[in-house]
Design a protein around this ligand. Sequence first.
Ligand code: NDP
Length: 324
Amino acid sequence: MAKAIRINRNGGPEVMEYVDVEVGEPGPGEARVRHHAIGLNFIDVYFRTGLYPQPLPAGLGKEGAGVVEAVGEGVTEVRPGDRVAYAGGPNGAYAVVRNMPASLLVRLPDAISFETAAAMMLQGLTVQYLFNRTTQLKRGDTILFHAAAGGVGLIACQWARAMGVNMIGTVGSDAKAELARAHGCTHVINYNTEDFVKRVAEVTNGEKVSVVYDSIGKDTFIGSLDCLRPRGLMVSFGNASGPVDPFGLNELASRGSLFVTRPSLFAYAATRKDIEEMSADLFGMVESGKVKIEINQRYSLADAAQAHLDLEARKTTGSSILLP
Ligand code: NDP
C-alpha cells in the first residue's frame, strides 16, 4: 500500500482524496517508480474538473521523478536503481509509488535533481516541441506567448532568449511582468490592464507577429488571431480560461490566410525516439544554464488540493512541485 491522490468524481479541488492504494508488482513492460518529486501542471486541473474526461475513479498527475524500484517482464529501457523522470502516460503521478510504462521513462543526468526534473519534464518538453517541432522558430522571429510568467511561460522566456527570438509575453500582474522580463521576455504586456492586441501592434510597429502561442483559450483566442501577420500561425495549446468557442474558418481568411493548430505534447512525444531526442534537448538547455527551472511553489502531496487552488487562482509563478 502507498499514499496517493484519487478522485471518485469530477469537481473542485475538494474531490481529491489522499488515500492508501495498492501498487503491486510491475506488469510486463512496466517499472515501479518511487517518486522523490511530482510535477504540478494545468492539465491536472482539466482532468480533475472533467474538461478532459477519463473513467472514474482515477488518479491524477502526468509527471514525476524518482528511482526505479523494480521492473516487469521485457523491460529494457531502465533498471532498478536508475534515477528517472517522465511526462505522460496514464494519470497517477500524484502518488508516493506507482507502476509506469517503462518506455516513457528517461534516465536523468547526475546534474539534474529530482525536483528540477519533476518541475520541468512536462513544461520543458512542451516548449521544446512548440519552438522546434510545431514550427521551427529562427533567430529574429517575433512571437506572442501568453501566460509568460507561468510554468511553461518562464521556460519559454529563457528558451526564446537562447534562440534569439523576440518574445512578447502577456501576464496578469506587474510583479509577473518583472519576472518574465528578468527571464528574457523582450516585451511584456499586462493583459489585465492593457489591450494586448493594441500593444502588440504598437510594439511591432504595426507588423504584428508570425506565431502566437495561446494557452489561455476562451478569453484570448480571437484577440490572438488579431495579433498575427498574414499567413501567421496560431498555436492554441491550452484552455486555462476555458475551451475556445467554435469559430468559422472565415475568421482565418479575413485576417490574411492564417494557420491554426491545436497541438498536444503527447502527440509529439509519441515514440521512444521522440522522447529521447526531446529530453536530450531539454537536458542540454538546462545543463548549459540557458534555461533555469524556477520552482516557486512546493507543496506536500497531501496538500495537492491547495496546490490546485493556487494554480487556478493565478497565484503561482514558474513551476510547482508536490513532495511525497
Ligand atoms: P501556468 O503556470 O502557466 O498557469 C496558468 C496561467 O494561466 C496562470 O498563472 C495565469 O497567468 C494564466 N491564466 C489566464 N487566465 C486564466 C484563468 N482564467 N484561470 C487560470 N489561469 C489563467 O500553467 P502551466 O505552465 O502548467 O500550463 C500553461 C498552459 O499550457 C496551460 O493552459 C496548459 O494546459 C498548457 N499546456 C499545454 C500543453 C500541450 O501540449 N498542449 C502542455 C503543457 C501545458 P496570468 O495571471 O499571468 O494570466
